[in-house]
Ligand binder design. Sequence first.
Ligand code: 5GP
Ligand code: MN
Length: 331
Amino acid sequence: MNDIKELLSVKSNILITTHVNPDGDAIGSSLALYNFLTKLDHEVTVVVPNDYPDYLKWMKSDDKILNFSDRSDEIELLIKDIQIIFCLDFNNLSRINELGKLIEESSAKKVLIDHHLNPDDFYDLKYHNVDASATAELVYDLMSFIDEDLLDKDISECIYTGILTDTGSFRFSSTTSKVHSIIAKLLDQGVRPEQIGKTIYESNSFDKLKLLGYSLSEKLKVICDGKAAYIALTRKDLLDYNYRKGDTEGIVNYALSISGVNMATLIIETKDRIKFSFRSSGNFSVNKFANNYFNGGGHKNAAGGSIEDKLSVALDKFLESISKHKEELNY
Ligand code: 5GP
Ligand code: MN
């Protein structure tokens, strides 16, 4: 961390970016760092590859985030003057779509802060730990190492959101005593868990809930002798329920919640590809599974991937691949 602190000792133009389809950890860690570095008088910009759910659009400085998918020309110009690029919550440049090429070509110092397995070698400095509950936890470590006194309620809310969402509300095995100590400090800064919990988990639209109901009653399938379950949604399904960003978030967890099921998959037909969300409980590594069969990755118990093919082909490939691992799907 000292190398990153030293890098930040000179006032710089800094860009912070995070993965495509940003989640609570991506936005929370990016805005925490944005607010902190701004307090240190750096000139900071946050760029996301594409849009993210409305329930994340409330953290301090959210209005400063630039979306590459609708402002690419402006961002391309801006990157020319950037001296430091922070890459948060992703492990390879393909995770940020077309933005990856600009970052690869930039002569800025690249700093990786991440907790995903096996990061590619595209950075100059890194603070990386696969045991961290969230990238927000690592950003917290870094900020408190640099200047604990700068942490305020706004920054604490961003960090809380990242850790809350990436630990499944403090349930996953990554929820260490250190995590709870950090959370205690965030509460001391004035974070109100009931407020953030309500904003994130109780702000469903009627359409989102109806899509969940439909997915469970019509689309949920149990396979592999009751040890795996999946839900496959077509583009039409999504359109029927007026899909908006974030509406399929969390559906896969219902499949995983069936007693005896240790691996769950959500398959979604998007405009240009079939996207997979994998979850497991216990020993089965969905990171390896996503990596071996679906050009993806992530964590041992939560990963994703995609293929550019028809839904029927993707589904067959999934069913064939998972059946090869039937015996490994134990808790
Ligand atoms: P989700 O299923 O919520 O989209 O993603 C679960 C986890 O897998 C997240 O940590 C996410 O960063 C990672 N992930 C999702 N999709 C991909 C992918 O296509 N490639 C890689 N390398 N990681 C992914
Ligand atoms: Mn994360």
